[in-house]
Design a binder for this molecule. Sequence first.
Ligand code: UDP
Ligand code: MG
Length: 139
Amino acid sequence: MPAERTLAMIKPDATSRNLIGKIIAHYEAEGFEVVGLKRLRLTLDDARAFYAVHAERPFYDSLTEFMSSGPICALVLQRDNAIVHLREVMGATNPEEAAEGTIRALYARSLEANSVHGSDAPETAVTEINFFFSEEELL
Ligand code: UDP
Ligand code: MG
């Protein structure tokens, strides 16, 4: 299968606990190559734009405030079947439902503060990669 790219984020609850290295180590051990990497803080408007698909959901205001509350790490990860495989390594959105050994089972604090993001489909992966990175930044 040809290499595929997906967009990952390490969320503020995880950067604040110094988990960037541990989480990236999980991804590298799963065969992902880190082809883009930056640490930044989203403004509230940035977070609202990134999560615009959820604008009508009851958790949107709280989620976007949380996502702009501290630094995040944005990564572009590359391997075969990257989008689906990353979602498997992350575990279910709700950490109480996340399979043993997944990132969210290991590190998430709550349904909202669930430590990591991963794109959910090829179209969203392209949009989300372009949200953070220019083509020259992906090596
Ligand atoms: N979220 C939340 N409450 C919910 C559902 C989701 O706070 O009931 C947050 C959570 O941080 C999640 C993010 O909103 O990761 C995006 O939700 P989505 O359903 O896209 O989950 P994901 O794709 O991140 O697993
Ligand atoms: Mg999602």
